[in-house]
Design a protein. Structure first.
Length: 198
């Protein structure tokens, strides 16, 4: 996409479908929008739940999709068979490291504990200055409203700085997040280190 520095977007999301069909629709649309923007989708490689829908959305527009699946989960999460590339790795740690290395930005869609762990890891690593890539939460159907309330509480109770809260973008649509990523600038002073020390 012209001058965009974001060529690959990682999506974290549920290995379940969720109750409302809106979640699956949002996942499919997120994949579509990433492909339509000319960007590669990087995700967990499964065909189950919202994970499968996001991949199908990108593939429906002829997008490039890279999956990263740990060996132990290959059977359980059922590898997607239509991907551009599927990496089978040895562990969950390798999966997350490879997804991080391959991606320039990170979207978290509705999901469970696995999605939360991934979202918090990439956000806290930004907070520490380990990387300068944008990340955000897609608040589909208001699913993440209680979490966002908790983040505000972290700020008001003095456990999270407002500028660190603000680096985690929030939008109601995939396009909203993709737009926010294009203008993202990592904070100059991280929680413990400055950019110069990276
Ligand atoms: P979930 O949101 O719980 O449905 O999980 C979404 C994805 O996160 C799935 O591919 C899970 O395998 C993965 N996952 C589950 N637990 C973890 C974890 N501790 N660290 C990273 N990913 C995980």
């Amino acid at each position: 996409m012209g001058t965009s520095r974001i060529s690959a977007v990682c999506v974290y999301c549920g290995s379940s479908m969720g109750v409302s069909p809106h979640y699956a629709e949002t996942a499919f649309e997120t994949g579509r929008q990433i492909a339509l923007a000319g960007k590669t989708l990087v995700y967990g490689g499964a065909q189950v739940g919202l994970m499968g829908r996001v991949a199908d959305g990108a593939l429906s527009e002829g997008g490039k999709v890279i999956g990263v699946l740990p060996e132990a989960l290959a059977a359980k999460e059922l590898a997607h068979t239509g991907l551009t590339k599927l990496h089978i790795v040895g562990s969950m740690h390798e999966r997350k490291a490879m997804m991080n290395d391959l991606s320039d930005a990170f979207i978290t869609l509705p999901g469970g504990a696995g999605s939360m762990e991934e979202m918090f890891e990439i956000w806290t690593w930004a907070q520490l200055g380990y990387h300068t890539k944008p990340s955000g939460v897609l608040n589909a159907g208001g699913y993440y409203a209680p979490l966002l309330t908790m983040l505000d509480r972290m700020v008001s109770e003095g456990f999270l700085k407002q500028d660190m809260r603000d680096i985690l973008k929030v939008a109601e649509t995939p396009q909203g997040l993709l737009d926010a990523f294009e203008s993202y600038e990592a904070p100059k002073v991280m929680k413990w280190v400055t950019k110069d020390q990276l």
